[in-house]
Design a protein around this ligand. Structure first.
Ligand code: KIV
Length: 287
């Protein structure tokens, strides 16, 4: 089994093989994804929404990311572990970014980090990559800027906006990023970026022509309260299965159907006999 590295990403692009990434935030899900053969696991700051129940990723802290990255890195043998740098842990200065990226790698087990932003973040990407930290970029809909963008809306819809995205993607590549996530942009724009770049593009809501795809675990597994983004495919219905299972458990306990014989522990016959004798009111109390 060969572990996936950033080299694998570049090789896959060259060979026109798809790169498959999914988010995970804990040990059991990361283990299942890794065993299934996923190429990369993203410990995404989307955990702020799908795990913590916030409406944005803004409240997520570096400590949260380290905590979740530790669980994931304990589980993973093969996949590349990419960890998101959360809101305002890299935007202040390249030095701040370097310090925090090092924490994610040293304490969290990250093998690469992801930052949101285009040309404006290129000097930071450059600083990180020149220090030996693999960086994945992220442009298009960048959820940490949800308030500046005015909501979770499609980006790059006009020719001018699309050209800004091309410039951003090229700036990230020039700064040394090994891949770039394209989130919620028109298929044609994603296709052009993918063709123009030597590094792979990983799409989410960016059509089928990217070099790879990424999905949020909870969305793909139907483990949400019902809201599903348009670009997501629900591969199974975990929430429904859990609801059914919990109802069955409640019913079983109420009806006496659980625990059954096979879930119960019994005393050995000779111990039971002694206990019954001791409990017999005719047995004199022991001293
Ligand atoms: O945080 C996340 O899960 C992400 C993906 C949506 C790409 O950034």
């Amino acid at each position: 089994m060969h572990p996936v590295t950033i080299r694998t990403f570049l090789n896959k692009k060259e060979k026109k093989e798809k790169i498959i990434m999914m988010t995970a935030y804990d040990y059991p899900s990361a283990k299942l994804l890794d065993e299934a053969g996923i190429d990369a696991i993203l410990v995404g700051d989307s955990l702020g929404m799908v795990v913590q129940g916030n409406t944005t990723t803004v409240p997520v802290t570096l400590e949260h990311m380290i905590y979740h990255a530790q669980m994931v890195s304990r589980a993973v043998q093969r996949a590349l572990i990419v960890v998101d740098m959360p809101f305002m842990t890299y935007q202040e200065s390249p030095q701040q970014a370097l310090h925090h990226a090092a924490e994610l790698m040293r304490l969290g087990g990250a093998q690469a980090i992801k930052v949101e932003g285009g040309s404006e973040i290129a000097p930071t990407v450059s600083r990180l990559t020149s220090a030996g930290i693999p960086v994945m970029g992220h442009i298009g809909l960048t959820p940490q800027s949800v308030h500046a963008l005015g909501g979770y809306t499609v980006q790059g819809r006009t020719a001018h906006a699309a050209r800004r995205l091309f410039a951003d993607a090229l700036a990230l590549q020039k700064a040394g990023a090994f891949a770039v996530v394209l989130e919620v942009i028109p298929t044609e724009v994603a296709q052009t970026v993918t063709t123009q770049l030597q590094i792979p593009t990983i799409g989410i809501g960016a059509g089928p022509n990217c070099d790879g795809q990424v999905l949020v675990f909870h969305d793909a597994m139907g483990y949400t309260n019902g809201y599903v983004p348009k670009h997501n495919r629900v591969y199974t219905h975990l929430a429904e299965s859990i609801r059914t299972a919990v109802q069955a458990y409640i019913d079983d306990v109420n009806s006496g159907n659980f625990p059954a014989q096979e879930h119960s522990i019994h005393l050995k016959a000779e111990e039971l006999e002694i206990l019954n004798q001791l409990n017999d009111p005719k047995t004199p109390p022991s001293q």
